[in-house]
Design a protein around this ligand. Structure first.
Ligand code: PEP
Ligand code: MN
Length: 501
């Protein structure tokens, strides 16, 4: 008997084989989440319309392929092993309206510039994942909000309802609209990358005019000159002809919140040939306490590895949010069945025991880098929480990507009730994460940010010196406050600088 999800359950030999083998996941189907309790439920009024939308999603082409997903899995394995760094960023709530060339270009360029700075700082290859082309569903703390003295349904993201107060009805057709907006966004990203938007031969605008502090300006200019100098050097010695300098990989991601959508885009696909998984015989033997090296016994009835698996083809990377990561609930049930890399938000309310159960559930074979733990404690809680979580995970033998999200634990309201975050607090949590991982002999593998390339005023601080009173100038977010282009680049400069110390 094994206790899974707190329920005593008989594990059959076949279950055991399939979970160790990893080619099938025991008792899992793309819709098995439907039999579990669910947080952030969605009540559509008309089931027939939902069925029509799902039927459509089930036959449209995948947005991403199993080969791409495994390219990212391999890259994240390197991150988990301390050989690369992960930058993930984009809007809190992506709107269908953001499916627009300038908006997308801005984000690609910003992520590229930030990654150059981070490469300079950490001396490691960068893995880039955009919160884009599908970040359309938002968890909410309350089902309703007050508008002009009346309670109206909360905005739950463009995949569910509209933002205008009179457009808050949940509409199943938005499931299909989300797919087509994702497809158009991703198509443009792919086209721009193929056409040289990320070509490092092109001059870059680093826009440091707002930095008035001479010491900071000197620091940032020094970094830019060093990056430009390296690029010039490569050109001079003729080492700049590699296609790597002309383009980069940019993967897509979103929170897997609206499971009907995720299910609709889940496909059984052929695994790519060069998939890097532990040899089936060895993992089976290890699970049975035998050692092949010592001539351990390997039962002959192990089934051959399957050549297909389930993939979420709506994005390369999906994550489970802080409000939906209950071990015995629907969201983790869905997440445990797909081959994609999975992010799990980890917050101040995550118990160590839960964290261990989540890892065992989502990654029973302990594949390195399959899971990214996205920690978001807040600057005042990280010192207490992170060391305990690092220790708890270490004891399990799971090798994860540790990523710091310094945004979500640092949200505050101004006196006027505007939701904001202070650049200083964000940097404090990120610096603490870097320090604590080093102290605990662990590796901070990445950072997860809410940002936009637009000149918004949603977070305070940074070299522009934005204050609470300035927020109304360009407060455009439909959910959480994002770093603007200057603040995001500045954060990258500060992280890179601290890595060089
Ligand atoms: C988010 O990433 O936008 C989010 C809602 O985060 P969390 O689940 O950590 O609160
Ligand atoms: Mn958010």
């Amino acid at each position: 008997m094994a206790a899974i999800h707190g329920v005593e359950r008989q594990v059959s030999f076949q279950d055991h084989i399939t979970s160790v083998n990893g080619t099938k996941t025991a008792n899992w189907t793309p819709d098995s989440w439907r039999s579990k309790p669910i947080a952030q439920p969605v009540n559509y009024e008309d089931d027939a319309l939902v069925e029509t939308a799902l039927a459509k999603l089930k036959h449209v082409p995948p947005l991403v392929t199993s080969t791409e997903i495994w390219t990212l899995r391999r890259a994240l394995k390197n991150v988990a092993l301390g050989k690369a760094f992960l930058l993930q960023g984009g809007d809190c709530a992506e709107r269908f309206d953001y499916c627009h060339d300038d908006t997308i270009d801005g984000k690609i360029r910003l992520l590229l510039q930030m990654s150059l700075v981070l490469i300079w700082g950490g001396n490691k290859p960068l893995v880039r994942i955009a919160r884009m082309a599908g970040q359309y569903a938002k968890p909410r703390s309350k089902p309703t909000e007050t508008f002009e003295g009346k309670e109206i349904p909360s905005y739950r993201g463009d995949i569910l309802n509209g933002y205008p107060p009179d457009g808050r009805t949940i509409d199943p057709d938005r499931l299909v609209q989300a797919y087509f907006h994702s497809a158009a966004t991703l198509n443009y990203v792919r086209a721009q990358l193929a056409s040289g938007i990320a070509d490092l031969h092109n001059p870059m605008d680093w826009g440091l005019g707002h930095v008035t502090d001479p010491a900071l300006l000197a620091k940032y200019t020094g970094i830019v000159e060093s990056i430009s100098g390296s690029l010039r050097f490569m050109k001079t010695v003729g080492a700049d002809t590699s296609s790597q300098l002309q383009s980069v990989d940019l993967f897509t991601s979103h929170e897997a919140l609206l499971l009907a959508y995720e299910e609709g885009l889940t496909r059984k696909l052929k695994h790519p040939k060069n998939r890097d998984v532990p040899p089936i015989r060895r993992s089976f033997a290890q699970a049975n306490g035998a050692s092949i090296a010592k001539g351990g016994f390997v039962p002959s009835e192990i089934p051959p590895a399957e050549d297909t698996g389930y993939y979420n083809t709506s994005a390369h990377f999906i994550w489970i949010g802080d409000r939906t990561r209950q071990v015995d609930h629907a969201h983790l049930e869905y997440a445990r069945g797909v081959e994609n890399p999975i992010g799990i938000k980890v917050g101040p309310t995550t118990a160590e025991g839960d964290l261990v159960q989540i890892l065992d559930l989502v990654n029973p074979r302990k594949e390195i880098g399959k899971v990214t733990l996205i920690t978001r404690y807040g600057k005042d809680k990280i010192n207490d929480m992170l060391p305990k979580h690092i220790e708890a995970v270490r004891k399990t033998g799971h090798v994860v990507v540790w990523q710091c999200d310094p945004m979500h634990g640092n949200t505050r309201s101004t006196e006027e009730g505007i939701k904001t975050r202070s650049f200083q607090h964000i940097f404090e949590e990120l610096s603490a994460a870097l320090r604590i991982h080093t102290e605990c002999d662990s590796y901070l593998g990445g950072v997860h940010l809410e940002l936009t390339a637009d000149a918004v005023t949603e977070c305070t601080g940074g070299s522009e010196g934005l204050q609470d009173k300035d927020l109304s100038q360009a407060y455009h977010t439909y959910c959480d406050p994002r770093l603007n282009e200057k603040q995001a680049l500045e954060l990258a400069f500060l992280v890179a600088d601290s890595q060089q110390q």
